[in-house]
Design a protein. Structure first.
Length: 354
């Protein structure tokens, strides 16, 4: 089984990718991170089968709708939520298959009325959403939350799993990634040890937390499964050329696409001067700006025109792409495979010096 824990630094949300036999699930995807998730699915050779949300989040918008547009994936959410857009309504005890593996749905209301925990078939992992956080739990003061329900959910449905079952939450604000049933049973200050329901409700009813900043936007958007209201879907990919986003975060252009679309682009070759005229040659019209000089000579480039960075294998030019984007260039891509692939594909080269 393939398992990846992904992080959104803006909302401190963990998204989980589970894959088996070419089929994948994503738990708690984040709208803005959809390009990242698509790149990873593509690189790992996985077809997204469904997106699952543990609940209607108040702090970020789900990527479920956006991923469905691209992958045709099912949108799965608790039936009790009555959201607009799920293609699969989940109830306690249901099974969600992917490849030869499956998750089992456990209803764990309390943080919200529609909270679900997803338990892996062999009970080695569970995805608890905000029902149980690492040494904490989600708040219970809005979205039909209830401390009494949350106490029962966590004790009966999560801490009743085997001791060594790993628990993966929807968030952690300190960057801690995982815990276990035994650990939380012992050390969770709200729900573990000798804490009883009276202690817990007393604690939760006096948290007096401010509402999450994004709540007024995120909850209505999540009740539409992340479908933008009215307006069209924001461009998934830049429209100035056919580009592919790598999981590393760099946009790439294939050699043939550059040949077809590149007439108006600035081609920046970031190799050293001797390499520019060696046996690989260089792209016709390329401008030589070695990577080591890129930042000091950045004003030689036109910020309005698309830039394609080139080097021998595509590694240094990927670095150049990152630097150019950070410097405020809006249309930047890396030539996939560099001059090596360009040459293998038999595309035209020049060998004149600068
Ligand atoms: Fe939440």
């Amino acid at each position: 089984m393939i398992f990846r824990q992904l992080f959104d630094p803006v909302s401190s949300t963990y998204t989980y990718l589970l894959g088996d036999s070419g089929e994948a699930l994503l738990i708690d995807s984040v709208y803005e991170q959809v390009p990242r998730d698509l790149a990873l699915l593509e690189e790992l050779g996985l077809r997204l089968f469904a997106t699952l949300d543990t609940h209607v989040h108040a702090d970020h918008v789900t990527g479920a709708w956006r991923l469905r547009q691209r992958c045709g994936s099912d949108i799965a959410l608790a039936a009790v939520v009555e959201a607009d857009g799920p293609t699969r309504l989940l109830r306690h005890g249901e099974r969600i298959d992917f490849g030869t593996r499956h998750l089992t749905v456990r209803a764990t209301p309390g943080h919200t009325n529609g909270c679900l925990t997803y338990v892996l078939d062999d009970q080695s992992m569970a995805f608890t959403g905000d029902s149980l956080l690492i040494r904490g739990c989600g708040r219970t003061d809005f979205q039909q939350g209830s401390p009494e329900q949350l106490f029962a959910s966590v004790r009966e449905q999560i801490l009743s799993l085997p001791d060594n079952c790993l628990l993966y939450p929807a968030h952690d604000y300190r960057g801690i990634t995982v815990t276990s049933v035994a650990e939380e049973r012992r050390f969770n200050p709200r729900l573990g040890g000798d804490v009883d329901i009276g202690d817990f409700t007393g604690y939760m009813n006096n948290l007096n937390l401010p509402h999450p900043k994004l709540m007024a936007v995120a909850v209505p958007a999540n009740l539409r499964c992340g479908k933008p209201e009215g307006g069209p879907d924001p461009a998934e990919t830049p429209d100035w050329a056919p580009l592919t986003l790598r999981f590393s975060g760099v946009w790439e252009i294939e050699p043939m696409a550059l040949l077809e679309h590149g007439a108006a682009f600035q081609i920046v070759d970031v190799r050293e001067a001797p390499e520019f005229i060696d046996r690989l040659g260089h792209l016709p019209g390329a401008r030589l700006v070695p990577l080591s000089q890129l930042m000091s000579r950045i004003d030689e480039l036109d910020r309005e025109r698309p830039v394609v960075a080139v080097c021998r294998s595509g590694v240094r030019s990927a670095q150049a792409s990152v630097l150019l984007s950070k410097a405020g260039f809006g249309k930047v891509a890396n030539l996939a495979g560099g001059m090596l692939r360009w040459k293998i594909e038999g595309l035209p080269v020049a060998s004149d010096s600068v």
